[in-house]
Design a protein. Structure first.
Length: 532
């Protein structure tokens, strides 16, 4: 599929200069943004507790067993903490790095598939200018790593199927596919097997091609997969007999089949997020179905099968979160590349327009919500809008400027969002309370659990009343859990040095009962009180 290069593109610069510039832009605000709650803070705290306890087998959150997800990202982040210390940028390093690596992954596979530098560049640009991907890829969550390893497995398998049957190259690519799939399982669980398996079955039905089943090199790929995945599952199960039932039954089957996780949504839940991802490119795409016959057509059918099955699988699940369809994005970028190769400038204008609207919306929303605009929010919103406008104006001359502008613009919006009321991070709250907390101070979390408090304090808290996602850990080893407010008041009255992070409504109940306490600081979601 030959195509004309967009203006300002130098294919030879892609492997070096451009990737360096994109990386610098991608990681620009990693150390500046406070950890958002709940997810970013949760996935910063679990590896912090690993490094503190030295136990890298049993994940813990606030000192309690936490088996909701496998440990690969916890291990990687704990390793970063061990080398560089616990910082906001080290907490995000693994997830954001793997999200960034999806850009060269899409570029490399598109270049292999289409044999054309322009379409490979378009694939990278589609992903960089994708609002959905650009935002989620900046967050400390498990989905970015899962996305990278799943797509790496898929692309590797597709490379293998074009090699000479039973050749060393085919074996090599299948080994990469197997190892990547194993790392995806260690990133987020056995849903990886369902997604890959469903995609292959769907692709087989669409193409009526059974030949790829013969290319798996099972005597090598299965042992390799098991060698990577099984050891942790065996060790953690031996140390924690309750693990298998909770992880496999509760976290996978019950979440998928029931509303137990309280994350239900309508069947169309993911459609708005998909539209957000593709809206910059939706104009030039004209899809026509015909049965694939050549290698490119068969590969594109595999990518469409992947996107369709993943979207269908999570749409019928009873547990839905906006980030679940992230692994579709690199595949969509490769699929859309031939249609948008000459329209990168137009897409940049659309994305930058969305950026400006989001910046304005954030400022207006803050004014409406609290009657004032936090200065930091206003500054970062203006920076985001300014960068977006500059990117749009320069997009005609260079796709690089468009990509850099979009990446930086969305990070500026995330900086602004971190100051949007009520603030969804605990950095300022903990900093203000720090002077009242000594090494021997008892710490309580009363009728709430602010995920960011523990990582910013570097200490766990004793839970009062609230269970939430800590319920399993409390049931297993929650001897210190205080189930009622009355029991907490009794212990609070006899404490000589204690600080509590309290839900505002509960704080009013304590004040109404004349419980002795000194107000330290408060924000929109917590009140911090001290005993001394």
């Amino acid at each position: 599929m030959a195509a004309t290069l967009p203006a300002g593109v130098d294919v030879r610069a892609i492997p070096s200069t451009v990737w360096v510039l994109l990386a610098l832009a991608w990681f620009a605000t990693l150390a500046w943004r406070p950890l958002l709650e709940p997810d970013e803070s949760r996935y910063a705290e679990i590896p912090r507790e690993m490094t503190h306890s030295g136990d890298w087998v049993t994940p813990r959150l606030n000192g309690l067993k936490y088996f909701e997800k496998p440990p690969l990202q916890y291990w990687a982040t704990a390793a970063a903490y061990s080398v560089f210390g616990m910082e906001e940028w080290t907490a995000r390093l693994w997830s954001c790095a793997l999200a960034f690596l999806c850009l060269p992954l899409a570029y490399g596979f598109a270049r292999y598939l289409y044999g054309d530098g322009a379409e490979a560049i378009a694939a990278a640009a589609v992903l960089a200018v994708n609002p959905y991907f650009a935002i989620i890829g900046q967050l400390n969550i498990l989905d970015s790593g899962f996305c990278f390893f799943m797509v790496a497995s898929l692309f590797s398998f597709m490379r293998a199927r074009t090699c000479e049957p039973q050749s060393r190259r085919e074996l090599g690519w299948m080994a990469v596919a197997s190892a990547s799939l194993a790392l995806a399982v260690l990133s987020k669980g056995i849903a990886a097997l369902v997604l890959i398996g469903g995609t292959l079955v769907l692709h087989m039905l669409v193409t009526r091609d059974l030949r790829h089943w013969r290319r798996w090199h099972l005597p090598v790929t299965i042992p390799l997969f098991l060698l990577i995945t099984v050891p942790w599952f065996v060790v953690v199960s031996r140390r924690n007999p309750e693990f298998l039932q909770f992880f496999f039954i509760h976290e996978h089957f019950q979440r998928f089949l029931t509303d137990e996780a309280d994350r239900e949504g309508p069947w169309w839940f993911f459609i708005p997020y998909l539209l957000l991802a593709v809206i910059p490119w939706i104009g030039p795409v004209r899809l026509q179905w015909k049965r694939p016959t050549d290698d490119v057509g068969i590969a594109r059918a595999m990518l469409w099968s992947w996107c369709a099955f993943l979207f269908f699988f999570f749409s019928i699940s009873h547990s839905k979160l906006p980030t679940y369809i992230l692994p579709m994005m690199p595949a969509l970028a490769v699929l859309l590349a031939p249609y948008v190769v000459k329209r990168i400038s137009t897409a940049a204008w659309i994305t930058c327009g969305l950026l400006v609207l989001a910046a304005i919306g954030m400022v207006v929303g803050a004014q409406h919500k609290v009657g004032a605009i936090p200065p930091t929010l206003l500054i970062w919103s203006a920076v985001g809008a300014g960068v977006a406008i500059a990117a749009a104006l320069s997009a005609r001359k260079s796709w690089i400027a468009a990509a850099l502008g979009c990446v930086l613009g969305f990070q500026a919006l995330l900086m602004a969002y971190s100051h949007f009321p009520p603030v969804r991070n605990s950095k300022g709250l903990v900093a203000a309370a720090q002077s009242s907390i000594g090494p021997e101070t008892q710490l309580f979390s009363v009728n709430q659990y602010r995920q960011g408090v523990a990582p910013y304090l570097g200490r766990t808290l004793r839970m009062v009343m609230f269970r939430g996602e800590l319920a399993f850990g409390i049931e297993q080893e929650g001897a210190g859990f205080i189930p009622t407010l009355e029991q907490f008041i009794e212990q609070w009255r006899v404490a000589s040095d204690a600080v509590a992070f309290v839900d505002p409504a509960t704080f009013e109940r304590l004040r109404a009962q004349n419980v002795p306490m000194r107000l330290v600081v408060r924000d929109g979601r917590s009140v911090v009180v001290a005993r001394k």
